[in-house]
Write a protein that binds this ligand. Structure first.
Ligand code: MEV
Length: 309
């Protein structure tokens, strides 16, 4: 029996723009998903038959990366699913880590590459941001050219990403989950149509890229005030791109007076927002009052781990 775990993530800056080759920063958080795998007579997930319809990521990972027999798979997660906090990346990463460990072949880079392939198969167009963040943990900075602290380089079609270790300080964020489960694929496709059709949307994407570059410098300097301002600007641009929602905006507005900055995180549409704050309890209360589900999280966590082999 193998037990692995992988963290959820927040995107600090650059979601959606990263799909077009712009930089992005993602941080692992201390909400984790665990995966226990053992050999069995038929493949099941938490006791139910493994099907593509209910478990598309595990089903695809098993089809493409497992040559052995049926498996009993148990998933338990602190990451709310469909919340924009990387639950599908974490399930893919933790399961692939378990498959690697079962063949005595666990390596984080291999897991990150395979997890990106699986996520692309299931979601359509994607970037390696979520899967690399969950694999590596800590922080990652994804860019279209190589720089210091390069972890790995991923290509797909004409696109490529250089995934770097991002020396992120330990920070406290409050997450506000709207309770609305939004799926990433259609939101990414909607932004793509907008960017392909209008120069205006392409310029918004460029501006998000510039904000993210600046954010990386502020993160290195631990300048939380400047970082917070950049997060809020990024949120406003994402809202113009059409991926915010009334519920997300309500939670961002509730958090802002008590925070350095706040923004939606992940694909948007529903899902979650994040606030960078040194008043986490008050922000949590404000989020709860407006109907959101708050989580106080810390960054600076390990990526995929084999807990028991
Ligand atoms: C989703 O968490 C992040 C997006 O940028 C999509 C992607 O990078 O694959 C919206």
């Amino acid at each position: 029996m193998i037990l692995t775990s992988a963290p959820g993530k927040i995107i600090l800056l650059g979601e959606h723009a990263v799909v077009f080759g712009k930089p992005a920063i993602a941080l692992g958080i201390d909400l984790r998903l665990s995966c226990t795998v053992s050999e069995a007579d038929k493949s099941t997930v938490n006791g139910y038959p493994l099907t593509y319809q209910y478990h598309p990521y595990i089903h695809t990972a098993m089809r493409d990366y497992w040559r052995g027999g049926p498996l009993s798979i148990e998933i338990s997660s602190e990451i709310p699913s469909g919340s924009g906090l990387g639950s599908s990346a974490a399930v893919t990463v933790a399961f692939l880590a378990a498959l690697g460990a079962m063949s005595d072949d666990f390596d984080v880079e291999g897991v990150a590459r395979r997890a990106f392939n699986v996520e692309s198969m299931v979601q359509g167009r994607a970037s390696p941001l979520d899967t690399s963040a969950s694999s590596h943990g800590h922080g990652i900075f994804v860019d279209s050219s190589p720089g210091d602290d390069l972890l790995w380089h991923i290509r797909q079609d004409s696109r490529q990403w250089y995934v770097h270790h991002c020396p992120a300080p330990e920070l406290t964020f409050v997450i506000g989950f709207t309770g609305i489960r939004a799926s990433t694929g259609p939101l990414v496709a909607r932004v793509r149509r907008y960017v392909e059709r209008t120069r205006f949307a392409a310029e918004l994407v460029d501006e998000i890229g510039q904000i993210t570059q600046e954010g990386m410098a502020r993160l290195r300097e631990r300048d939380v005030e400047a970082l917070g301002r950049l997060m809020t600007r990024d949120h406003n641009l994402l809202a113009i791109l059409g991926v915010s929602s009334r519920e997300l905006q309500t939670l961002v507005d509730a958090a802002l007076p008590l925070s350095y900055g706040a923004k939606l995180t992940g694909a948007g549409g529903g899902g979650s927002m994040i606030a960078l704050t040194d008043r986490p309890e008050e922000v949590s209360k404000a989020i709860r009052r407006r109907g959101g589900i708050p989580y106080i999280v810390q960054t600076g966590v390990d990526g995929a781990r084999v807990e028991r082999a």
